[in-house]
Design a protein around this ligand. Sequence first.
Ligand SMILES: Cc1cc2nc3c(=O)[nH]c(=O)nc-3n(C[C@H](O)[C@H](O)[C@H](O)COP(=O)(O)O)c2cc1C
Length: 345
Amino acid sequence: MNLEHAKRKNEHLSLAEKFYDAAHQAHPFDQVRLIPNALPEMATTEFNPQVQINGLTLQWPFYFEAMTGGSEQAKTVNMALARVANKTGIAMATGSLSPMFKLPQFNDSFQVVRNANPTGTIIANLGANVTVKQARQAIDLLQADALEIHLNVAQEAAMAEGDRNFHWRANIQQLVEELPVPVIVKEVGFGMSRATIQQLMSLGVKTINLSGRGGTNFVQIENRRNHVADFSDLTNWGLTTPESLLEAAGLDQVTLLASGGVTGPLDVIKAGVLGAQAVGVAGYFLHRYYQDGEEGLLKAVQTWQTEVTRIMTMLGCRHFSDLSQVDFVLDEQLYNYVQQRHLNH
Ligand SMILES: Cc1cc2nc3c(=O)[nH]c(=O)nc-3n(C[C@H](O)[C@H](O)[C@H](O)COP(=O)(O)O)c2cc1C
């Protein structure tokens, strides 16, 4: 890893923004409709936005999902995200801290996140092949409240310089056993099957972020960066976020988080109805920042907080976890998926 790595981080930011419209043409959450409650017996003041997730407290059920760090440009973005997180009380995950092991000159691009938000909930992020010692260093650098371990096979496969060895299971098990903070295992936008979720559970993982297709698309991004081969046939690889949540139906020994293609408060609520205990948002809020600046991002997050509260009240749900009681219907295509996969929703 060298300065090429910082360049890659900058390219991820600029290509996520460049492909924002293309990546969001389909909106899989539209395949889910909620059944309204015309008699909710609730006032907006009765909504309690706090969620507890296996030792981690979030003040709101949606948060800034992992994006960046490891370059000057990343530092500017992280600073803005952290200031907005601090003002609104939402949690924030940073991008992978792997640069700190080879490019410590950019450690401040991560440290700004804690400095701007001294008491907020901050989640560190690393790949699945790091050692326990490295994970502890990353947690210490951020004084992180939790660690996300990302699974990104499709992304690495589409990268000219990507990893080709994906023997991760034993290491994940060791990280979960030995780290002092809660560990969340997440995808990066390709979703997870029931078999993967069960496999992670058998390794001792208690919290899983399914991060499905429908938003930021790392095959598209890496394919643009790859000047050696064309992997564009993999652009639609993976499961959408609603499909991934439905894959997990009935698995009650695990806490599910969702991300991938969440572009509005109603998506947050729908993810909750399908079983998510909290929802990460990356590409949409990055887009808001690039389009409208830090002030615009702040306003967007505040608007989401207001609307999430209103929708929760419309549904008569005082806690985010109450959403599992809300009825829903699926469109034909998603219902077909559920039937072919023999899922009980
Ligand atoms: C610019 C950018 C960089 C990202 N870097 C990371 C990363 O370092 N680690 C990680 O786990 N996920 C990373 N992600 C993936 C997101 O955390 C998320 O799983 C994915 O983008 C799907 O959510 P979205 O559709 O809301 O963007 C990144 C996303 C973006 C937009």
